[in-house]
Write a protein that binds this ligand. Structure first.
Ligand SMILES: [Zn+2]
Length: 350
């Protein structure tokens, strides 16, 4: 099912029926705890929440009604009892997330599942975090997608080593942005700026890794195994190069700059922290890639690759831990950047 079909369905029968639990609750709770919302705001909130949960239902392939009843409880408490967020801001965020997800799918930055996941994640980030949380992740996403496309145009054949090509699916979106989704929720509760700093660090690591891969494979360049520094085939997991390292640093700087407006730390401390956390994260990524990340071998041409399919045949297991695929490695990288920041703060008491 593609995005267009889903939207068609959203506007059809399912859409109306999925609103019903909300209508029920809203009419019942109105007299008790409803904050003063205009009918327009109520309508917009319902629309935004419906879009959000229908996308969630599609992504995890669940019964829409079931999802709605559960999710309602969660949102009801957060949106209206705690009064943590303004419905109108949330709605604008959700609408904008929908737009970003839709355009990304049209431009082939994302698969259908990738755009659903992006919609969900971006709804939370944009809706709860406003510009402060939207600008860094959008900088990462838009610039990285463009670089991926350019690299693909320049060096398509390197894709045969990568588990996934430039079009991101939902696992990739979650591996890159899932940590940010958790951090914004913690931030909303605590209003502690540390969570924002951690978010920038995790994004810096993810961006460093992405740009290292894209610039390191942009054209032919000498590539070495990060563990033993022996020359390896370009594109292999755990390979590093001069251009790739330059890409990692550049990617980290871009993310650091994107969050600059909202940072309260002294400028130099901030840049040193984010730069080291980001580069550290991408090094962790390469080390895992060179050691325990699962590698497959093509049964037909013998190439070692991250791909499950090669030469139109299923590849065989070559080495590594089967569970640790590229998405898990990216997730580790972003977590390691966070740990790096926390340890630095403890040691240097910044
Ligand atoms: Zn092959």
């Amino acid at each position: 099912m593609n995005v267009k079909e889903i939207i068609t369905e959203l506007m059809g029968k399912n859409f109306v029926s999925s609103l019903s639990p909300f209508w029920l609750i809203f009419s019942g709770a109105e007299n008790v705890i409803m904050p003063e919302l205009s009918p327009f705001e109520i309508l917009l909130t319902l629309l935004a929440l419906s879009m959000f949960f229908i996308a969630l239902a599609y992504l995890i392939n669940a019964n829409i009604q079931y999802i709605f009843h559960l999710s309602f409880l969660f949102l009801f408490i957060h949106l209206f009892l705690n009064n943590l967020l303004y419905p109108l801001n949330f709605c604008i965020g959700v609408m904008f997330a929908g737009l970003v997800a839709y355009i990304s799918n049209k431009l082939r930055f994302l698969t259908t599942s990738g755009s659903l996941a992006t919609f969900l994640l971006a709804s939370i980030l944009f809706g709860l975090g406003g510009l402060k949380w939207s600008v860094p992740i959008l900088s990462f996403f838009i610039l990285s997608s463009i670089i991926s496309k350019l690299r693909k145009r320049n060096n398509q054949k390197i894709d045969e080593y990568f588990e996934k090509s430039g079009v991101r699916d939902h696992w990739q979106v979650l591996a890159n942005g899932g940590v940010g989704g958790l951090l914004i929720i913690l931030y909303t509760y605590t209003q502690n700026e540390l969570f924002y700093l951690l978010n920038i660090a995790s994004l810096a690591a993810v961006c460093a890794d992405t740009w290292a891969t894209e610039l390191g494979t942009y054209n032919n360049t000498n590539t070495y195994n990060i563990i033993n520094l022996k020359k390896v085939t370009q594109g292999r997991s755990g390979g590093i190069s001069v251009k790739g390292t330059f890409g990692a640093i550049l990617g980290t700087i871009v993310i650091a700059v994107s969050g600059l407006t909202w940072i309260e730390l002294p400028l130099l401390n901030y840049f040193v922290l984010i730069l080291s956390a980001g580069v550290f994260g991408s090094m962790v990524d390469s080390v895992i890639g060179a050691t325990i990340q699962v590698q497959h071998k093509c049964v037909s041409c013998g190439k070692v690759t991250e791909k499950r399919m090669h030469c139109e045949e299923e590849t065989s297991y070559f080495r590594g831990v089967k569970l640790i695929n590229n998405d898990i490695v990216n997730f580790f990288a972003s977590i390691s950047a966070i740990i790096f920041i926390i340890i630095s703060i403890i040691i240097f008491s910044i």
